[in-house]
Design a protein around this ligand. Structure first.
Ligand code: ADP
Ligand code: MG
Length: 546
């Protein structure tokens, strides 16, 4: 029998444990993520040593993480074949505060009142202690990778002290057994444990077994080399993370180290669910740090208008656990958002050039989101504007041009970009608004969507050119001397009299009747002084006076 040493936890750890043990948490299950993440870290270190040719103990042991729930004994065991710990390592890593932020964490928890955000725990380098949320006793055995290292047993009830004793015949690695608290017995149930692992640790890069069954079948695909991944693997992965049954329309797999480390795999689904009336979609990108899930459906990693995108963003620069509040105002997240969004928009622009058919499908399904972005997202507006597509007076039906195409073929002397809203191509072309443009051979963009005029109104200009609605009253399109005095059918006097009569007949329906200089074939035209007709219609719908 070896001697059992009892040691006191450092003061800060005692305070931390006191709070961890005595408070109620909603997210208790994250303890498993923390322990699995530690097991994965320890395995990663062994893998590194193997790669660098170091001598290690039990080198034939494969790097697996084994989880054993025992309902009868009310225990849960997490075992790895990782780097293990020496006695000094144990005392230093578990028992002494490693990170200076722990004090701040304790303070935060203490101040948080009833709603303690336990998710933060890993961020402060004290994830291990989350075990005491569910266990009233933790027994850990460990043996270091060093060839002649001794094995140890570490035990604690989390109440002030821990014990260390020697243990013989241990394999390399660490095994942690949680003796579950009365109210935490469900964590000894196989199904519960499996569910938690699937939720938080699906993409841990080492196999995770629960009672001999491998749980994390889905690989961290985004960290693999593109040319090692088959289309089927991409599709399977997409189905898994998007909860989809079909193939994605587009996928972007991208890695970079500057300006920030990013590893991302993003998908555009085939169809826009919002269109089907499923309600507003939730953000669909999960945030990882080195393959460990930090936040599901992270809201701040892409702008809101990209909520239809599904996928994964992994950055080594993130702290393992970052709380929701921290996410929102973190400069790091903002930087990540900017990098990922710009990259995705560039990808879409490339797709438009290289895969025009796919891009067209994309446009037909998701254009409404790009318009939302163009109107509201100032940061990315210029990149989004490049992606907008329209029919025009110079395209065939169903043929689309970009604003760039339009500007590239503007006529000499043409100052603005013109557009006209209408329900169909035919109705627009039968109306009188195009006459003056036809005469001048100016192209007019056709917008069929009610929201388009609003979007153009917000955008105001593209490439330094104003966006103007063709039904606007003051377009300044006519040449002053187009009709000489002799050609005029009515004198100034007669015109005044006629317009006065017409105004009387129309009454409140119009504010003014005047001679038109823009019409060629049509006898009359209704023009707007305020915005465009469709904006007027929108305002009328909202019962607003204009
Ligand atoms: P962090 O993982 O952020 O360092 P933790 O509280 O989760 O903080 O773990 C503290 C330390 O304990 C780790 O840095 C590591 O040295 C050690 N440790 C925890 N679990 C294991 C394990 N399964 N194998 C080896 N070392 C471990
Ligand atoms: Mg940890």
């Amino acid at each position: 029998m070896s001697q059992i040493e009892t040691k006191e936890f450092q003061t800060e750890i005692r305070q931390l444990l006191d709070i961890v043990i005595n408070s109620l948490y909603t997210d208790r299950e994250i303890f498993l993520r923390e322990l699995i993440s530690n097991a994965a870290d320890a395995s990663e270190k062994v893998r590194y040593m193997q790669l660098s040719g170091q001598e290690i103990k039990d080198k034939e042991l494969s790097l697996e993480i084994r989880i054993t729930p025992d309902e009868e004994a009310k225990t849960l065991t997490i075992a790895d074949a990782g780097i293990g710990m020496t006695k000094e390592g144990l005392i230093e890593n578990i028992g002494t505060i490693a990170h200076s932020g722990s004090k701040a964490f304790v303070q935060r928890l203490a101040e948080a009142g009833d709603k303690k955000d336990v998710n933060l725990i890993g961020q402060f380098g004290v994830g291990f202690y989350s075990a005491f949320m569910v266990a009233d006793k933790v027994s850990l055995t460990t043996r270091s990778y060093e060839p002649d290292a001794q094995g140890y047993r570490w035990e604690s009830d989390g109440r002030g002290s821990y014990s260390i004793s020697e243990e013989v015949d241990l394999p390399r690695g660490t095994s942690i057994t949680l003796h579950l608290k009365e109210d935490a017995h469900s964590f000894a149930q196989t199904d519960t444990v499996k569910r938690i692992i699937k939720q938080y640790s699906s993409f841990v890069p080492y196999p995770v077994y629960v009672n001999e069954e491998k749980i994390n079948t889905v690989q961290a695909l985004w960290t693999k080399n593109k040319n090692e991944i088959s289309e089927e693997e991409y599709t399977e992965f997409y189905k898994y993370i998007a909860n989809a049954y079909d193939e994605p329309l587009m996928k972007m797999h991208f890695s970079s180290d500057a300006p920030i480390n990013i590893n991302t795999l993003m998908f555009v689904p085939k169809s826009n669910l919002e269109k089907f009336g499923f309600g507003r979609m939730e953000a669909g990108v999960n945030l990882y740090c080195k393959k460990v899930l930090i936040q599901e459906k992270a809201k701040d990693i892409l702008p809101e208008w990209l909520r239809f995108v599904r996928g994964v963003v992994d950055s080594e620069e993130l702290p393992l656990n970052i709380s929701r509040e921290t996410m929102q105002d973190s400069a790091l997240i903002a930087k990540l958002n900017k990098a990922v969004t710009s990259r995705f928009l560039k990808y879409l622009d490339d797709q438009a050039k290289n895969e025009p058919e796919i891009f067209k499908e994309f446009w037909n399904e998701f254009s409404i989101f790009l318009k939302e972005g163009a109107a509201n997202d100032f940061t990315h507006r210029q990149e989004i504007l490049k992606l907008l597509r329209f029919e025009s007076s110079k395209t065939g039906e169903g043929e689309l041009i970009s604003l760039g195409d339009y500007v590239g073929r503007m006529k000499e002397g043409q100052e603005a970009i013109y557009f006209i809203n209408g329900p169909t191509r035919q109705i627009i072309e039968e109306g009188p608004y195009l006459e003056v443009f036809k005469n001048k051979d100016y192209e007019v963009i056709y917008t069929y969507d009610g929201i388009d005029d609003y979007v153009f109104d917000m955008i105001r200009e593209y490439d330094g050119k104003r966006l103007l609605s063709a039904d606007h009253g003051d377009l300044n399109l006519t040449d002053e001397d187009s009709a000489s005095e002799e050609e005029k059918l009515l004198s100034e006097e007669e015109l005044k009299e006629f317009n006065g009569w017409l105004k009387e007949v129309l009454g409140m329906k119009v504010t003014e009747v005047r001679e038109s200089k823009r019409l060629v074939d049509s006898p009359a035209i209704i023009l707007s002084h305020y915005g465009t007709h469709s904006i007027q219609r929108m305002m009328q719908m909202m019962n607003r006076d204009i």
